[in-house]
Design a protein around this ligand. Structure first.
Ligand code: NI
Length: 256
């Protein structure tokens, strides 16, 4: 069955029909959904969702653009949330030079702090990296010893850069963007990557695939992403579902 490795179902975009939506996943062939925190508040709500629904798991962490809220006390709270049975990774953490609303040195500082937390807790990491390929790569390379793997979420760099992240053992999160007409670089990356390194993700409510581009995204749209990956790689859709499910479990060992 399909696993959505990265979504934000606690977002207010789902306030009107969250319960109904989550209950519809099984009939749509979606077995597990991993809900990702982007700050302290959404990390808490991710854990709460995971406690409420069997098919939801959580990831806790603070996104680079939200790192102004971090201090030692916040880090202790993240550590305590991460000890929950259903918290499968630390994220989304990383560097964002596109919005660039937090000082870059500060982003790096908290990225490294949260990588060290993941190592201490023996959890994988979910990486957010935008317009910051080289700095992200250098920090991951420097911190790779003792790291329990992870995923480059919404991968947006070149196929050449993908080779470098692949050497560090990372998975690649592929979602709606791969269906966009102007995503030539990502299609090339997907063509290059071994299927064993790809996990499916939506980043819902954002980045809905064609033909629903611009609308609210949900895990139900993953079928379009699967069609596109199948077309690019010339592989059977059922085979991609089976292999990406294995990959998701390899990425997140706590996912049951
Ligand atoms: Ni996200």
């Amino acid at each position: 069955m399909i696993i959505d490795t990265h979504t934000h179902l606690d977002d207010e975009a789902f306030d009107t029909d969250r319960d109904e939506l989550i209950k519809s996943f099984e009939d749509a062939g979606i077995s597990r959904v991993v809900n990702i925190g982007a700050d302290l508040k959404t990390s808490r709500s991710s854990v709460a969702l995971a406690e409420k629904y069997n098919n939801i798991f959580a990831v806790v962490g603070v996104h680079p653009s939200e790192t102004n809220e971090l201090d030692e006390k916040a880090l202790i709270e993240l550590e305590s949330m991460a000890s929950h049975d259903k918290v499968v990774a630390i994220g989304e953490i990383g560097l964002d030079y596109y919005w660039d609303n937090v000082d870059r040195e500060k982003q790096k500082f908290w990225f490294i702090k949260q990588l060290k937390l993941a190592k201490k807790l023996k959890l994988p990491v979910v990486i957010h990296s935008r317009d910051a390929a080289l700095d992200t790569f250098e920090i991951l390379k420097q911190e790779i010893n003792g790291l329990c793997g992870g995923v480059i979420h919404c991968y947006s760099y070149s196929p050449e850069m993908a080779k470098e992240f692949e050497k560090l053992g990372f998975f690649f999160g592929i979602g709606g963007v791969v269906t966009f007409k102007n995503s030539r670089k990502l299609k090339e990356t997907v063509s290059y990557l071994p299927l064993e390194k790809i996990v499916l993700e939506t980043d819902a409510p954002y980045l809905a695939p064609v033909p629903n581009r611009g609308k609210r995204n949900s895990p139900l749209n993953l079928s379009y992403v699967l069609d596109e990956i199948a077309a690019i790689k010339g592989l059977d859709k059922a085979y991609i579902i089976e292999q990406t499910q294995k990959n998701a479990h390899a990425l997140y060992p706590k996912l049951k």
